[in-house]
Design a protein around this ligand. Sequence first.
Ligand code: HPA
Ligand code: ZN
Length: 329
Amino acid sequence: MPLPKAELHLHIEGTLEPELAFELAVRNGVALPYEDTEALRAAYRFDGLQSFLDLYYALTAVLRTEQDFADLANAYLARAAAQGVRHAEIFFDPQAHLARGVPMGTVVEGLWRALGRSEENHGVSTRLIMCFLRDESAGSALRTLDEAKPYLHRITGVGLDSAEAGHPPVKFRAVYEAAAALGLRRVAHAGEEGPPAYITEALDVLGVERVDHGLRCMEDPELVARLVRERIPLTLCPLSNVRLRAVDALAGHPLPAMLDAGLLCTVNSDDPAYFGGYAGDNFDAVRRELGLSEERLRELARNSFLASFLEDDEDRRARCLAEVEAYEF
Ligand code: HPA
Ligand code: ZN
């Protein structure tokens, strides 16, 4: 039985496996510029964030109907559950779909067909986090938040993703203020490819409660001290960091140093279809390559539930935490 864990950094569009991509392409009459799943998989070689994002957005072309989004989410939830995920806070990128003429309602209600029954079908509780694309304008983010207003009962929080360099958090001050006023939780990608100053800005200007990646905080000891002091969770994605060249090799990943520094780290899969593994695979990889002890792995699992947005279901959080403590490796 795998270690129980929460997954807090997962882009649902990044769970599109080549087999499902081709199935949906046929279903929707969309032509993919790849001969077959093998040829598509062979394209999964990235030299950084942008080369990955180009393929990631191109493949969203196959997602058109509510059923497509439901099938995508159900496939993820089944795989995640098999790897010990008990709770998943799931990102989606509405602008990637709105731009193709797929309405907000199709995306959210489609995902909800799977998420709304996930606890009974997969044993996985879920939350939905709507991300803004930081390489789009601030005005586009505000319009996207506006379009989401009829669906806010399905959405727990907002996030910020896509190409980081050159798109500082401050660009999204207004939309984060509006999101906070609507009662939405706030997270943002920062310090993946961008500098440590983006992490500070995400905290101070956007009011984020959790930092996605945050890897580059290690370049700034004062920032590390602050993140430790304020107990700001970081959602690390080790296999993603290797595939997108944020680190040279997993064996050199700063996760052990980050845990030693007292940071509240979690381990997540980011875009598992593209980066070589789901949540449990990431845990297995850091155990193997970084030699993490069983107590360190338990700490990571404990952190994942502590850092989750389960304030509206503290019973579930407590049950999951008890499972983590009782787990026998
Ligand atoms: N980083 C930034 N944006 C993203 C990612 C990522 O890893 N995956 C999907 N959008
Ligand atoms: Zn991400």
